[in-house]
Design a protein around this ligand. Structure first.
Ligand SMILES: C[S@@+](CC[C@H](N)C(=O)[O-])C[C@H]1O[C@@H](n2cnc3c(N)ncnc32)[C@H](O)[C@@H]1O
Length: 248
C-alpha cells in the first residue's frame, strides 16, 4: 500500500465520525463562523459575495461559515464517500447553496476560471503530495482577480509535544522531514506531508498568484483530545493564513 492509499484508508475510517456525529455537525453548521484571525485576512474577500471552491471539505461545517461570511455558493470536494454524503445531507437540511462532489484532488473537477475564491485548509494542504499541481489547479479555476485562501497548521506543529506543563520538541520529528505518520485522531495512520512555508509560498507564486498576506498565528485550528498543551499558550506558531490573488 503506498502513502496515498494509506492516507485514503485512514480518512475512510475517520469519515465514520462525520456520519455518527451528524446531529452535532448540523447544529454547528447553523451558526458556524470562521476564526476571527481567519476573517481578518479573508473576511473582506468573502464580503463581496464570491462563489467558493473548497477542496478537502471534510465535515462541511466551514462551508456554512463561508456562507455566513458572505459567499453566495460553495462547492466542496472530498474523496471520502461518507464525508460528501453526510455534508450534503446537512447542507440540504439547511437549504444551503452548497454542492459536494466526490473527487481525489488535485486535479479539481471544475472548469477553468469558474470560481472567485478557493478556500482550503484546517488539515488539507498537509495531505497534498504535489504542491505544484495543487497550486496550479487553484490558479486554473480562479476567475481573473480571484483569491486563493489557505488556513493551515503551521509546519512547526508536528514537532510539538502536547505536554500541559512546558513546551517540548519531539525527538522523533524533524522540521525538514518530508512527511510523518499522523498519530492523533481523526487522521491516525494517514501520511502527513510536511510542507515548509517557503515551499507553499513558492508553489503559489510559481502558479502565477501574487501573495498578498502571509500571517502566522499562535492559535491552533484544532485541539486533539482533552489536552491543554503548553504549545498552544501563545508563544509558538500553530497556524498560518495565506491570501494570494490571480491578476486581472
Ligand atoms: C481535516 S479534514 C478537512 C478539513 C476541512 N476543512 C474540515 O474542517 O473538515 C481532511 C479531509 O480531506 C480529505 N482528503 C484528504 N486527502 C484528499 C485528497 N487527496 N482528495 C480529496 N480529499 C482528500 C479527507 O477525506 C478529509 O475529509
Amino acid at each position: 500500500m503506498d502513502d496515498h492509499e494509506r492516507t485514503r484508508e485512514a480518512w475512510g475510517r475517520a469519515g465514520e465520525k462525520y456520519v455518527r456525529e451528524h446531529a452535532a455537525f448540523l447544529a454547528e453548521a447553523r451558526t458556524a463562523t470562521l476564526f476571527p484571525h481567519e476573517l481578518d485576512v479573508v473576511g473582506p474577500v468573502l464580503a463581496r459575495g464570491p462563489e467558493v471552491l473548497h477542496p478537502m471539505s471534510g465535515n462541511g461545517v466551514d462551508d456554512h461559515a463561508l456562507l455566513h461570511a458572505g459567499a453566495v455558493r460553495v462547492t466542496g470536494l472530498d474523496y471520502d464517500e461518507r464525508a460528501v454524503t453526510s455534508a450534503q445531507e446537512r447542507a440540504d437540511a439547511l437549504w444551503a447553496p452548497v454542492r459536494y462532489v466526490r473527487a481525489d484532488v488535485p486535479p479539481f473537477p471544475v472548469p477553468d476560471a469558474s470560481v472567485d475564491v478557493v478556500y482550503t485548509g484546517k488539515g488539507a494542504v498537509v495531505w497534498v503530495a504535489d504542491l505544484e499541481a495543487w497550486a496550479g489547479e487553484s490558479a486554473r479555476v480562479l476567475r481573473p482577480g480571484g483569491h486563493l485562501f489557505v488556513h493551515e497548521a503551521h509546519p512547526m506543529v508536528p514537532l510539538y509535544g502536547l505536554d500541559a506543563h512546558g513546551t517540548r520538541v519531539r525527538d522523533d520529528r524533524s522540521c525538514f522531514a518530508a512527511s510523518h505518520v499522523n498519530d492523533t485522531f481523526p487522521a491516525h495512520g494517514a501520511v502527513e506531508r510536511q510542507h515548509a512555508l517557503g515551499e507553499v509560498v513558492t508553489a503559489v507564486a510559481g502558479a502565477g498568484l501574487r501573495v498578498e498576506v502571509l500571517r502566522e498565528h499562535p492559535e491552533p485550528f484544532w485541539r486533539p483530545g482533552d489536552v491543554e498543551a503548553a504549545a498552544w499558550g501563545g508563544r509558538l506558531p500553530n497556524s498560518y493564513s495565506l491570501l494570494a490573488r490571480l491578476s486581472g
